[in-house]
Design a protein around this ligand. Structure first.
Ligand code: ASP
Length: 459
């Protein structure tokens, strides 16, 4: 391990001191001044953050960032630890606690530094997570702790979703009180949505997706609180359904519980990035186990007895999600039509528009003839809005009426991503035009709200 590359994001001054003291990543050091006194193993830093913040792994397993400033002394006080793995001392399992299963799929929550490349890689096994967050053993017992695969969420597709649905069902049907799925955050909303459809039949317990916006080598790692809260939910909450549990506000206070079909990553880097769309959250959960659910969630519903969940993983892969915008080339519809796509979700503007009636000289920009051609070939076309909040409406403007009269189906207040995956799932069951239309407008997992709660906007 070479010091220079692993301390690359420290300031030159900090790097000089580390070099002068012959401190290597993993060495035990002490950082002391009049006001502070920290001891721990210095971790490599490859993230772009505060170049003065020295990250130490403390003896209790937590990381701390200590700001280097004048008057602070750094000393090497012991041999380095191997940073390749955590100590494998498993906490005792308490027999009085509910038993849950953890399915790990990759993402930042399962990531740490790759000492060869200096990049963040996804290589944290479930048992290492368990060892790194010992409080978990005060909340639940683990029936299974399985690494399904180790992928970034943007690399997932139907095989991985089938695997998640089938394994979650297997765990729940063989006695787990709930399932926690650790997952990358970028596309956690997509997975939560498709799992909500695939698992809707007979789901009587919680399936909780969680992850981390910051990797475990950073002082601001959010995965520990998220996983603690998710475990409380899976083991103890009076809840049945697929939900996302992630930080509710920037500090480490509580997590929001959001419905799998109505949740979206709304910020690239904030820890409270997951927000409910067009509804208020289903509830809140605190890392000390306090759980507050909103009064009457219909989906997810209350935890029930031991009904068996039947995973329903039929899926048509020839589906697309496309965005309409000024100047967009509608030939994209012809491309998809000619490639044999079976359904398209449009993310329209405002109430659900595409360029439809441009000036005569720009007629080729109208989406209407291309949409009509696709509809004639029995391709389903559904409309959602890129506003994200609110509901599409085919009646207000002439352009909307032209589209809906042609046969485009307006999908209420469904999120575009949710509509996209629901379409794949519906088309996996039937490709009969009227039935597809009926099922797309049927509420399976709370994806359509009848009346929007005023408090939901920018919650
Ligand atoms: N790209 C990563 C993923 O979604 C980021 C993360 O985990 O937060 O898997």
């Amino acid at each position: 391990m070479k010091e220079q590359s692993y301390f690359a994001h420290y300031s030159q001054e900090v790097r000089n001191i580390l070099k002068e003291k012959e401190i290597e990543p993993g060495d035990r050091i002490r950082i002391k001044s009049e006001d502070i006194d920290y001891e721990g193993y210095i971790l490599p830093r490859i993230d772009i953050g505060d170049p003065w913040a020295i990250v130490l792994k403390q003896d209790d397993g937590y990381n701390v960032s200590v700001a280097y400033q004048s008057g602070v002394k750094i000393e090497r006080i012991g041999e380095g630890i191997s940073l390749e793995s955590f100590p494998k001392t498993y906490p005792e399992q308490r027999p009085d606690l509910p038993e849950i299963s953890l399915l790990a799929t990759g993402g930042t929550i399962a990531s740490r530094i790759d000492y060869l490349t200096g990049g963040v890689v996804m290589a944290f096994t479930p048992s290492e997570l368990f060892v790194a967050i010992p409080e978990l053993s005060e909340i639940v017992r683990f029936k299974e702790c399985n690494l399904l695969f180790n992928l970034a969420s943007e690399d997932l597709w139907i095989n991985e979703w089938r695997r998640m649905a089938e394994d979650a069902a297997k765990e729940l049907n063989s006695g787990a009180s709930g399932v926690v799925i650790t997952h990358g955050t970028d596309c956690m909303g997509y997975s939560a949505a498709i799992l909500s459809f695939m698992l809707h039949q007979g789901l009587s317990k919680p399936v909780v997706l969680t992850g981390a916006q910051r990797s475990s080598d950073r002082g601001s790692f959010d995965g520990a609180i998220n996983l603690l809260c998710a475990s409380w939910l899976a083991g103890h909450a009076d809840l049945a359904g697929v939900v996302v549990c992630m930080h509710g506000e920037p500090d480490d206070t509580y997590c929001l519980i959001n419905r799998g079909t109505k949740v979206r990553k709304m910020h690239t880097s904030r820890r409270d990035t997951f927000r409910p769309i067009n509804e208020v959250p289903i509830g809140k959960v605190w890392p000390n186990g306090k759980i507050k659910l909103t009064e009457k969630p219909q989906v997810p519903s209350k935890r029930r007895g031991e009904t068996d969940v039947v995973p329903d993983t039929a899926f048509e892969e020839k589906i697309a999600l496309i965005k309409a915008y000024p100047g967009s080339n509608p030939e994209i519809i012809d491309f998809l039509t000619d490639k044999g796509y079976k359904g398209i979700i449009i993310e329209g503007t405002g109430l659900g528009h595409t360029p439809t009636s441009p000036p005569l000289s720009e007629e080729h920009r109208s989406w209407l003839p291309h949409v009509k051609r696709a509809l004639e070939m029995e391709i389903f076309i559904g409309m959602t809005s890129q506003c994200i909040y609110g509901r599409v409406n085919p009646y207000v403007y002439r352009n909307l009426r032209l589209m809906s009269n042609a046969g485009v189906v307006y999908l209420e207040d469904m999120l575009p991503e949710t509509a996209y995956l629901k379409l794949g799932w519906v088309l996996g069951h039937t490709q009969e035009k009227e039935e597809v239309e009926r099922l797309m407008l049927k509420n399976f997992a709370g994806e359509i709200t009848e009346k929007t709660d005023e408090r939901a906007f920018l919650f």
